[in-house]
Design a protein. Structure first.
Length: 132
């Protein structure tokens, strides 16, 4: 039997995802266990070096993402947090972790009539168009 981990976004309108594992026999999925629920952002799933936890990056409140670990019994712990968003790429058998730091920026650009260059109309680091 093999176990694998995955995230499942239940409803894109409410931005909620779960961490799950499944036991497999051949190509058939035998059972599915939800380990952790209610994640607004959930990325970068990987097994821990000992295979006892699923590690992932995420957050529950649309804030900065941190690295979390959850056991197969559902015990959750925060592994690390820094300023900014983390993205887990992999956990090696020797325990080394490959992480990235994401910097997001949303902007608004406009090309006014009669001008040849676009103007940056962004305010701070994350402007969004809310016009219908």
């Amino acid at each position: 039997m093999w176990r694998y981990e995955f995230s499942d976004r239940l409803d894109l309108s409410i931005l909620c995802a779960d961490v799950k594992v499944s036991r497999c026999a051949g190509f058939a999925k035998a059972d599915e266990t939800i380990l952790s629920t209610g994640w607004a952002d959930l990325t970068g799933l990987a097994w821990s070096s000992q295979g006892e936890e699923v590690w992932f990056t995420g957050n529950r409140n649309n804030g900065s993402s941190a690295v979390f670990a959850v056991t197969l019994t559902g015990k959750l712990r925060e592994v690390t947090r820094i300023a900014g968003d983390l993205l887990l790429f992999d956990v090696g058998r020797d325990g080394r972790v490959l992480l990235g730091r994401e910097d997001w920026r949303g902007g608004i650009y406009a090309l006014p009539p009669g001008e040849s260059r676009e103007r940056d109309l962004s305010w701070f680091d994350f402007s969004l168009n809310t016009l219908a």
